[in-house]
Design a protein around this ligand. Sequence first.
Ligand code: GLU
Length: 280
Amino acid sequence: MHRERFAPSPTGRLHLGHAYSALTVWDAAQAAGRQFLLRIEDIDASRARPEFEAAIYDDLRWLGLSWPEPVLRQSDNLAAYATALDRLTTGGLTYPCTCTRRDILSAMDDPQEGGPDGPIYPGTCRAGADPDKPQAIRLKMAEAIAMAGRLSFAEIGYGPDGETGQIPVDPDWLIQHAGDIVLARKDAPTSYHLSVVVDDAAQGITHVTRGEDLFSATPVHRLLQTLLGLPAPIYRHHGLIRDEAGRRLAKRADDKAISVFRDDGATPDDIRLMVGLQAR
Ligand code: GLU
C-alpha cells in the first residue's frame, strides 16, 4: 500500500499555506490511489496546544479530507525516538551538548551564516560537556556521513532552484549547511529531524509531499534514514503560498486562517481556488 501524509504542528490555526499543502497531498493521494494519513507533530510542548490540534481536525474535515484513526501524535511516540537515538549513540555518532543559542552565536565568526535550523553549530561540546547542565544530543555529522556513504533522494516535484530527479546529497553541503544537527533537544527527548524519519518509516510513508522550505532538510532526512536502516520515501516539494507582498506566509498568519474565510462564508472550493488548485 502506498501512503502519503500531512504532518502539521498544532502551534496555531491552519492558514492558506497549510490548506494548499494538505489539499496537494490529498489530491495526489486520491489521483494515485494512495492512502492519506495525518500526523500531529507536537514535540514542541511549549507551543503545542490541544485546542489547535482540535482545530486541525475540524479545518481538514471541513476541507473534505479524511484519514484513518488513531492519528499518530508525536508526543505519544517518544519511546520510538529513544530507540532510534540509542542506535545512533551505540554507533558512536552522538554527543551531548550544553551550549545555549547565545554560546553558539558568540563562538561563530559570522553569526549571519545559517543552515535549515539556524546557525551551524561550531562543535564546541565535541570536546566534552558539563554533565550538570541541561543537555541536547547532537549528531557527529562528519562521522555520520562517512558511515552512511553516498546518498541521494528521488524528487518528483521541485526544490527552490528547480532541482528535480535523483538528487545527489553533497557531503560538504551537509557539513557546511546542516552541521552537527540536534537529535534530542534540551526540552524534548527528540528533534524535528529524528521524529520525522522515524515516523515516516513507522507509518509506511512511501511519498512525502511538503513545502519547498523543507527541501534543505531532505538531505538530513536521507542521512538519518540510511543510518537507521529505514526506507527512503519519494519526495515531492511544492511551492509556498505567498501574501500580497510576495512573502511566504509565516507559521502564524492568523488573518489568513482557514477558519477566517470559513466564518466569512467561503466554501472549501473557494479555498481551493484561492490557493490555485482546481475546484472539486
Ligand atoms: N510539521 C512540519 C511543519 O508543520 C512538517 C514536517 C514535514 O512535512 O516533514 O512544517
